[in-house]
Design a protein around this ligand. Structure first.
Ligand SMILES: Cc1cc2nc3c(=O)[nH]c(=O)nc-3n(C[C@H](O)[C@H](O)[C@H](O)COP(=O)(O)OP(=O)(O)OC[C@H]3O[C@@H](n4cnc5c(N)ncnc54)[C@H](O)[C@@H]3O)c2cc1C
Length: 187
């Protein structure tokens, strides 16, 4: 699953990409980009990559992960998607909601299997915040700080070039998201 995800991402990558953000979003994106053999630089404004990620609890919701299956939790992307739409009373962007729901299980498998981040599914959590299944995955420490440290270590192993003290002021966006939207709309 993880290799399919990386292959999917690699279709969109230029040879060199720069990402701003040393939070979870920037770290995971740059690690995936390196695994797809792109040359990447992670540009972080602060002296250390941390962001809000290092202040959170490190919990990640994902549907259809291997650890859910091992714990006999019944869940899938369609159910996650329906929960998002119900909880937001239909106001969530359906394309984004479906993308998150469909990618979440493979992403969790990638975090655990490829990056070695020890997420486990929290049993008894289903029912909270509109989730109809036990799909909250947590770290033993239950801290985003640990998550951030482990992502930084994975980024270093993957060869991500992290540049701190780099305040990005201009962004050039690719069309990956609009292409994905067109793909989804046309199926
Ligand atoms: C108390 C709390 C608990 C939370 N708990 C959870 C939880 O358990 N599970 C969950 O999924 N979500 C949780 N959240 C939300 C979650 O933390 C955020 O949605 C997530 O961390 C955002 O990650 P990010 O990478 O987008 O941003 P950030 O982690 O904030 O990273 C952004 C990075 O970009 C850098 N940056 C900003 N501007 C520039 C620039 N111009 N140039 C270069 N670099 C720049 C910043 O310095 C920062 O390092 C919680 C939030 C809070 C506040």
């Amino acid at each position: 699953m993880a290799s399919r995800l990386i292959k999917h991402i690699s279709q969109w990558l230029p040879t060199l990409m720069c990402l701003s953000s040393g939070g979870a979003a920037g770290l995971t994106a740059t690690i995936a980009a390196r695994q797809a053999e792109a040359e990447v630089k992670l540009l972080e404004r602060d002296a250390h990559p941390a962001g809000i990620t290092a202040m959170n609890q490190g919990n990640v919701c994902a549907a259809g992960s291997a650890v859910q299956r091992e714990a006999s939790v019944e869940d899938n992307a369609e159910r996650f998607y329906e929960d998002i739409i119900a909880k937001t009373r239909g106001t969530a962007d359906p394309v984004m909601a479906r993308l998150v729901a469909e990618a979440s299980g493979a992403t969790m498998n990638w975090l655990i299997g490829d990056l070695g981040i020890p997420y486990a599914v929290e049993l008894g959590w289903g029912g909270f915040f509109g989730h109809s299944a036990d799909r909250m995955h947590a770290l033993p420490s239950k801290t985003g700080l640990k998550m951030s440290e482990q992502l930084q270590a994975a980024a270093a192993r993957a060869g991500v070039d992290v540049v701190c003290g780099a305040h990005v002021q201009i962004l050039y966006a690719l069309f990956a998201m609009s292409n994905k939207r067109n793909q989804i709309n046309s199926t």
